[in-house]
Write a protein that binds this ligand. Structure first.
Ligand SMILES: [Zn+2]
Ligand SMILES: [Zn+2]
Length: 130
């Protein structure tokens, strides 16, 4: 079960990678994107309204996986979608680690920013490799 099916697609007007000059808030995990970090800045139109999304580098990995797994993602809903996938049938550990990382706002127990995760293989890739 995946949530991308019943949501309006966002029409993306611009999509750039920026280096933060001041701190921002990630629209997916809610963490602060600190000065000097790279993040994705997207502007688009959804439901006739202009919306902007700032996404941290870590959450972009989650999107990459959801995009391969589900064929897309929903802005601000990647955490929910990823958790929903983790409640389903067996994914590799790296998928669960990704969900835990996102829930922890990509912070280790000591509060340091986690290193950027690698994108786990999707079910499709794993089926192809078997
Ligand atoms: Zn999904
Ligand atoms: Zn994030």
């Amino acid at each position: 079960m995946c949530m991308i099916e019943d949501v309006d697609k966002l029409l993306v007007l611009s999509d750039v990678t920026r280096k933060a000059a001041k701190s921002h808030r990630c629209c997916e995990c809610g963490r602060g994107i600190e000065r000097g970090e790279q993040y994705r800045y997207e502007t688009g139109v959804s439901d006739g309204r202009v919306v902007t999304h700032k996404t941290c580098a870590h959450c972009l990995i989650v999107r990459e996986w959801l995009s391969g797994e589900c064929g897309g993602w929903v802005y601000t809903m990647t955490e929910e979608d990823l958790v929903e996938h983790c409640n389903g049938y067996g994914h590799p550990m790296s998928v669960y680690r990704l969900a835990v990382g996102q829930r922890r706002r990509w912070r280790t127990r000591k509060g340091a920013l986690m290193p950027l995760p690698t994108c786990p293989p999707t079910t499709h890739e794993r089926a192809g490799a078997a």
